[in-house]
Design a protein around this ligand. Structure first.
Ligand SMILES: NC(=O)c1ccc[n+]([C@@H]2O[C@H](COP(=O)([O-])OP(=O)(O)OC[C@H]3O[C@@H](n4cnc5c(N)ncnc54)[C@H](OP(=O)(O)O)[C@@H]3O)[C@@H](O)[C@H]2O)c1
Length: 337
């Protein structure tokens, strides 16, 4: 099968796809899935270079999130809720390939209203943003939320979810095009370009001097954002897309009585697996009921052969929404777009 194989650690921008990689071996508690679309994540770029906390032995197939169909011609574990041909989404190591063998517990039915492209970014991106806002920051309706990299993968999901939860959202991003996108597709109430010096003053003006109750930050710019946080605000550490693990001056935490909270969604499968289904149910209910609009997919669909271009675009801040690789086309899917 075709797969995006990392043979030695390094930047994934020059990898050519392997055409004859062996299909994965199916474990007893696993199902085989034909991958139709897979989600591009910033951490893939780090993992290919050995700079991510999860370090698979070489050689390995890159990728984690996917949407596809349960493969025909493979056994299913006892009690498996799926049958061959079912539309599913999930995550497992090695999703940049035509097939993945995945634990049945890491797969969910893909709602009929969503395309494979929309489902490809659901399994990690959406629960990360939901658990960050609700489980970690205890976001309440009516509160102000500032989202950085708001047009990005986890950022746009956070904007959509915060709006659906009744918050007032200020979306911050690095270009006017991205701000337009997050307003149009995410429904942000206000937008701010955080590349402009003094952008925090705009946030303070918008919030009439109060500041924001919650900061959702995948960039690593908490210190900058604390200039416009409210008394007793909560700042969520989501990631470090800017490339540096940030060090926050603790006097700022003390002076405004604020809380710094982390989110590491991947850690829940080891430390708190019992919590995961309730998070999945919560954001899927919002999506299925239409209270939150479908996930926003970046306009260019990369193929497996062009995946390195997609990762380069993600790293180079060119993408918005969820960038996906289209592994397999299904003509019926196009009608839904
Ligand atoms: N904690 C968790 O459990 C968890 C789960 C998933 C992802 N994450 C983290 O969340 C972050 C975002 O991931 P993503 O996949 O959704 O990516 P993304 O948001 O689609 O892309 C990253 C965005 O960060 C912004 N950015 C600011 N400074 C940057 C710089 N120097 N270089 C590159 N980008 C920069 C860019 O937006 P602008 O152009 O608007 O500045 C860029 O589009 C990553 O750090 C990832 O590891 C964490």
């Amino acid at each position: 099968m075709k797969a995006f194989v990392i043979r030695e650690l390094g930047h994934p921008s020059n990898i050519t796809v392997t055409a004859d990689w062996p299909e994965p071996k199916l474990g007893k508690t696993q199902i085989m899935v034909d991958v139709y679309s897979a989600g591009l994540n910033f951490y893939d770029i780090l993992q290919a270079q050995g700079r991510y906390q999860v370090k698979p032995p070489l050689p390995f197939v890159l990728g984690s999130e996917f949407a596809g169909k349960v493969s025909h011609g493979f056994s299913l574990p006892a009690g498996c809720p799926f049958k061959a041909g079912d539309r599913v989404f999930g995550a497992t190591a090695g999703s940049y390939a035509e097939k993945v063998a995945v634990e049945v517990s890491a797969v969910l039915p893909l709602p009929d209203t969503l395309t494979f492209d929309q489902g490809a970014g659901l399994y990690v991106t959406w629960p990360t943003s939901y658990e960050a806002l609700v489980g970690r920051a205890n976001l309440q309706a009516g509160e102000w939320v500032l989202v950085t990299a708001a047009a990005g993968g986890v950022g746009l999901a956070a904007v959509q979810l915060a709006k659906a939860l009744g918050a007032k959202v200020i979306a911050a991003a690095g270009s006017q095009n991205k701000l337009d996108i997050v307003k149009k597709y995410g429904g942000a109430d206000y937008t701010v370009n955080y590349t402009k010096p003094g952008w925090q003053k705009e946030v303070l003006e918008i919030t009439k001097g109060k500041g924001v109750d919650v900061i959702y930050d995948p960039v690593g710019m908490i210190t900058d954002c604390l200039k416009c946080i409210a008394w007793k605000g909560r700042a969520i550490v989501v990631g470090f897309a800017a490339g540096t693990v940030e060090k926050v001056p603790m006097n700022l935490v003390l002076l405004k009585n604020i809380s710094l909270v982390g989110i590491f969604w991947g850690g829940y499968s080891v430390r708190e697996p019992g919590h995961i289904p309730s998070v999945h149910k919560a954001f899927l209910d919002l999506l299925i009921s239409g209270r939150v609009s479908p996930p926003v997919v970046y306009q260019e669909r990369f193929t497996l052969d062009k995946l390195s271009d997609g990762l380069k675009a993600l790293e180079g801040r060119q993408t918005w929404g969820k960038a996906v690789v289209r592994v397999k086309d299904e003509p019926a899917e196009k009608a839904k777009l």
